[in-house]
Design a binder for this molecule. Structure first.
Ligand SMILES: Cc1ncc(C[n+]2csc(CCOP(=O)(O)OP(=O)(O)O)c2C)c(N)n1
Ligand SMILES: [Mg+2]
Length: 339
């Protein structure tokens, strides 16, 4: 059942993604990167409270999959590393930044913060602070989508560390048993905080584990937008035509530490070497896509510059918007507790 990862198209080969969509994905990945780069500084200025987990290096997983969904209709669940997924679903950068700063204009009304972004109108059913937490929720969402006779899919992102949680396997078993339309995306960034995959699991073949629950799957290169896109296209086709789940293990790497308490820009990280980080950085999904667009003359130097400026402006604007937004009023404390 496992298949080999799709390769980035060679220079003289036509890729499977239309040039206009490639450029859109490039812009989105750059927006995610610049957004993430801005948040540590705001945290250190005490503008953001709680905690922060960045997605630098993993951008292709959000851009290559969410761009293929039918929104609204399909539903997305993910972990606490969720800024990218919200932006990919179309939640404005302003509403994401305002949420991080606990402002009433944030996408969760300023009451969720970084790990609990949500935007149901755009299909984004939220981040989750509990490791493995999105998987049992995906079982419920997948059941609802089938029960209501829709042709929609629930996409559930989770981490390599989460794959060792009991509840994850109970939920995957039921998704396989009930044949539910769920696309599992295992973000295998090689580490759960400071613990490597080699140190945390007796069976590192994650696709095999999905197969054990009756779910087909494959492994793909999560550092290549092309590979992510191709694998997701096959997976979504499988789910929409058979109604059954699919599992994708995405090999990837986070370029920065686990979270704000593990800030490798300050030299605190001890569990992985600078050399390893450098090796993975050579496969930066944004740089590879930029090279591809240049080699094939799909975007001029001037256009790259314009996109860069636009994205920087969008992030700057999100910060001024958030900083000038009010905090939630005290009398809204008990709103949204029950639906
Ligand atoms: C149930 C539970 N246990 C422990 C934690 C603390 N914790 C937060 S993130 C994390 C590591 C998870 O790693 P992984 O699933 O690989 O996701 P990644 O952070 O690498 O994206 C842990 C142990 C938690 N949030 N929830
Ligand atoms: Mg991980």
């Amino acid at each position: 059942m496992a298949r080999t990862a799709a390769k980035q198209p060679e220079n003289n080969e036509v890729g499977s993604i239309a040039p206009a969509d490639l450029i859109k994905s490039y812009r989105l990945m750059l927006l995610i990167r610049r957004f993430e780069e801005s948040v540590y500084q705001k945290f250190h200025e005490n503008k953001i409270g709680g905690y922060l987990h960045r997605y630098d290096g993993q951008e292709a997983l959000a851009a290559g999959i969410i761009s293929q969904l039918h929104l609204p209709g399909d539903m997305i669940l993910c972990t606490y590393r969720d800024h990218a997924h919200a932006l990919a679903c179309g939640t404005p950068a302003r509403a994401v930044m305002a949420e991080l700063m606990g402002r009433a204009t944030g996408c969760a009304g300023g009451k969720g913060g970084s790990m609990h972004l949500i935007d149901p109108e755009r299909g984004f059913m939220g981040g989750d602070g509990i490791v493995g937490g999105p998987v049992p929720v995906a079982l419920g969402v997948g059941f609802a989508l089938k029960y209501r006779n829709t042709s929609n899919v629930c996409v559930c992102y989770f981490g390599d560390g989460a794959m060792n949680q009991g509840g994850v396997h109970e939920a995957m078993n039921m998704v396989g048993l009930y044949k539910l339309p769920v696309l599992f995306i295992l973000e295998n960034n090689q580490f759960a905080m400071g613990t490597s995959v080699q140190r945390s699991t007796g069976q590192p073949d994650f696709v095999l584990k999905a197969n054990a629950h009756g779910i087909q799957g494959e492994k793909a290169d999560g550092m290549s937008l092309f590979s992510v896109h191709d694998a997701a296209e096959r997976a979504l086709h499988h789910i929409r035509t058979t109604g059954e789940a699919y599992f994708l293990e995405m090999d990837c790497y986070r370029f920065v530490g686990h979270g704000i308490g593990d800030d490798n820009t300050k030299g605190w990280t001890t569990y992985r070497s600078e050399e390893d980080i450098e090796q993975w950085r050579k496969r930066d999904p944004i740089h590879s896509l930029k090279d591809y667009l240049i080699e094939r003359n799909l975007l001029s130097a001037q256009k790259f510059e314009e996109i860069d400026q636009e994205v920087q402006e969008e992030v700057k604007d999100s910060i001024s918007f958030a900083e000038s937004s009010p905090e939630p009023p005290l009398d809204s404390l008990y709103d949204h507790l029950y639906s």
